[in-house]
Design a protein around this ligand. Structure first.
Ligand SMILES: N=CN[C@@H](CCC(=O)O)C(=O)O
Ligand SMILES: [Zn+2]
Length: 426
């Protein structure tokens, strides 16, 4: 047969283990690396994986020479707040002055400031802005991602955000999973009437299902936002309507959102900086993925990070995400998060790769399609301009992607200007 594409001369091919369940314990610590591999691609899918020597005798329409570089599955970013109006650079000085995140929110800033800008923005404007950020994510190697609403807090604006996500799914070939986060903050008019507000947001579940606007429902369970009991009721209602569940849990105070996520069979519990020992123990028993967001802890200037070591060593499944948003983590760069995971969460390179591929895919219900490179799967991969897989967390703050492919097609490639060029005067 003649393949569409043969990708050969791969220095290291990263092959995370595929499994029906997220990787935990010893499985998270292992990563299969092939140093003599080639891929055959047909109709956008991986049709063959073999050795470089075998690849020499295969016929193909196109041959891509990986020049001895690293090839991995396309990265998966399982937690982003991609669609929003405005920006919040004015809050940086408040953060520098030590005003806590929840205090800024309580004063009507933070999330509520972005809610104001998002309400004002037209759908097309939100779409253009989100497209810009999404394209930048692709440039950093992401081929599957999640995007949340949550900057509307009223029916019209939440649905406007979700429709933007739906348009992004239609426009871009990458996989985008949508999450309804109408319960992201308490709008000013509903202070003390949180249940009433949650009932209003739950009232949108049917239209969201009917218009296929979201796969998951999420809530910010935190001091001054929504309580455990409110979160339980809201998520239970979402589950009954057939949504997958996510929860912003134990980010600042240990309310028990981690335990709630496991008890409801949520796909993920996210943040978990303050997760209790008992919460971590329960994570080891279920299949809820702990989605850790070290970029947020870094950006909020905190010293205490999520206890990834304890989670992994005790057998929880851990994934990593950017949490890209305009207030608490303003970066599209998942590679930077990989470095923070190494430096601040003390995760090994093997754990980090599993956390941004296979486990991240499990956290958004995409594990059968994304996060690894088996025969039959969509040919979503990245060629990295690095000598080995440990190099990306090590050399931080820059983009190591050379080219990014989805379904066998090149989506993005570094321009010659992205290469370091010295003038002849040097
Ligand atoms: N913590 C709650 N929500 C977002 C922040 C959103 C914002 O500050 O705009 C998060 O995951 O970090
Ligand atoms: Zn978030």
């Amino acid at each position: 047969m003649t393949y569409d594409v043969i990708l050969h001369n791969i220095g290291q091919l990263i092959l995370p283990k595929t499994s029906d369940y997220p990787l935990k314990g010893q499985d998270m610590k292992e990563l299969n690396i092939s140093e003599d591999a080639a891929l055959g691609i047909q109709d956008g899918r991986i049709a063959w994986i073999g050795s470089d020597a075998q690849a020499g005798s295969l016929k193909s329409t196109e041959r891509i020479d990986a020049e001895g570089k690293v090839v991995s599955p396309g990265l998966v970013d399982p937690h982003t707040h991609l669609v929003f109006g405005g920006s919040r650079e004015h809050e940086l000085s408040l953060k520098q002055a030590g005003v806590p995140y929840l205090e800024i929110l309580a004063q009507g800033g933070g999330i509520l400031s972005t809610v104001g800008s998002t309400k004002k923005a037209k759908e097309d404007e939100l779409f253009r802005k989100a497209s810009f950020h999404l394209e930048r994510m692709i440039s950093y190697g992401v081929t599957t991602m999640e995007a949340k609403s949550g900057y509307g807090l009223d029916a019209d604006t939440e649905l406007k955000q979700l429709r933007v996500i739906k348009r992004l799914k239609e426009k871009y070939p990458i996989s985008v999973v949508s999450t309804f986060l109408g319960a992201h903050a308490v709008p000013p008019g509903f202070k003390g009437k949180e249940e009433e507000f949650l009932d209003e947001m739950a009232g949108l579940f049917d239209v969201i299902k009917d218009e296929e606007l979201a796969e998951f429902v999420d809530i910010f369970c935190e001091t001054g936002v929504f309580t455990i009991e409110q979160s339980r009721k809201f998520l239970q209602q979402a589950k009954e309507k057939g949504f997958g569940l996510k929860i912003h849990a134990d980010e600042i105070d240990p309310l028990g959102g981690t335990e709630l996520a496991v008890s409801l069979g949520a796909a993920s519990a996210d943040h978990l900086v303050a997760a209790s020992d008992e919460g971590i123990r329960q994570l080891t028993e279920g299949n809820t993925v702990a989605v850790l967001l070290p970029g947020t802890t870094f950006y909020l200037g905190k010293d205490h990070y999520a206890r990834a070591r304890k989670m992994i060593d005790e057998g929880a499944a851990v994934a990593l995400a950017t949490d890209f948003n305009p207030g608490s983590c303003v970066t599209e760069n998942l590679q930077m998060i990989m470095s923070l995971a190494a430096l601040k969460l003390k995760m090994s390179a093997e754990e980090i790769w599993n956390a941004v591929t296979v486990n991240a895919a499990h956290a958004i219900g995409k594990a059968s399609q994304a996060g690894s490179l088996d025969v039959g799967r969509s040919a979503d991969f990245v060629i990295w301009d690095v000598p080995n897989y440990q190099y990306i967390p090590y050399h931080y703050g820059v983009n190591h992607a050379q080219s990014v492919y989805h379904s066998g097609k090149k989506l993005w490639e570094r321009t010659p200007y992205g290469e370091i060029q010295f003038s002849s005067a040097r």
